[in-house]
Ligand binder design. Sequence first.
Ligand SMILES: Cc1ncc(COP(=O)(O)O)c(C=O)c1O
Length: 423
Amino acid sequence: MNSFHYIDNILHCEETPVQEIVEEFGSPLYLYSKNQLLDNYRSIDGAFEGTDHTTCYALKANSNLELLKILQKEGAGADAVSAGEINFALRAGFHPSKITFAGVGKQDAEIAFALKHDIFSFNIESIEELAVINDIAGKMNTKARIALRINPDIDAATHPYISTGLKTNKFGIDINVAVETFKYAASLPNLQVDGIHTHIGSQIMKLDPFVQTAQRVVDMVKELRTLGINIQHIDFGGGYGVTYKNAIKHPFLPLEDATSADETPGNNAFITSVLPILKQVDCKIVIEPGRSIVANTGMLITKVLYRKDNGVKKFVIVDAGMNDLIRPSLYHAYHQIVPLTVKEGEREHVDVVGPVCESGDFFARERAMPFVQRGDYLAILTAGAYGFSVSSHYNARPSVAEVLVNGDKVRVIREREKIEELK
Ligand SMILES: Cc1ncc(COP(=O)(O)O)c(C=O)c1O
């Protein structure tokens, strides 16, 4: 399914022309497809049929409350990394028994907040954190259900900033001391050791790192059981990669230079490749996908403000900036950029840049693009994940609006911030 497509050379989201939406709601604008969101969630969750599991959507990818409510109604759980995200999940109606809490730096007040709400599991990232949670749970006269996040030392072959399963990364507990750490955790009176957790990185395009990790996790569950530590659930994290290049193909659009490594194996394949391994130990399975659920549900629409040619380069200056979508600046991430109306004709190589006062404020460099000029709109595709949620007010720029499309219906799911509202 691709909810963003051209009909008669005009870009549509589901059944609605994008130009009509942006003319009504203004630019820059995040625009999401409800049916793409549902389709993505179902393609992941449906792969588990017959298996005891929860798909805990990773809120960090996009925590818009209306999107959360849609996923909650579908039966999803929530993966949070702060008290703020737990609170978002509760506000969206997620049951606490479906909320996990990860992160290397949980604050005492956040731990107390999660304990008060009796969430499903704390995913513990260090030995010191175990002692702190045990202490806080004791003072609150309760027990914390926990899983230990294991760092399996597996190369996920992704960008170094989003690789999390190597020894050089700050995440999880070194696999070589994991068994000792489980024993220590089991000795603490206010902890209930329930699970094992792992998450090796994000935007992973190969199945093999997941298969290797699954084998390591299952071996550890078996070993722990011989020691009397009866693991009940495996939280296998997220990280399933999505296709950013050639997300939309059209004869009037340049074909982007891509290899098979740029193409996702598909949501379903990520699950079916590891499920037979994980099922060997008869545990409940939890996963925490973020990007694979929301990335291709969203795009950022931006207006061309100016063109500039300095003799060396051509620039297309747009009204969205790195504060609205930081992925290209932060990771040199690639997003396809397309006009809302495609025409046969001239192409040129341009840098698409924002108005922020940083040379790193760009969306594309030396990109082959159809000719566009002041007043035209561009769609920056596959921007639903780590887009709005990582946005900032840098340069005192207000947050952009977000709208949701369902067929031919469009509604605002976040009002555009006004400059008077900036603090
Ligand atoms: C612990 C944890 N779980 C889940 C995710 C979601 O990852 P993704 O959006 O790649 O599926 C992340 C993101 O890095 C994470 O750190």
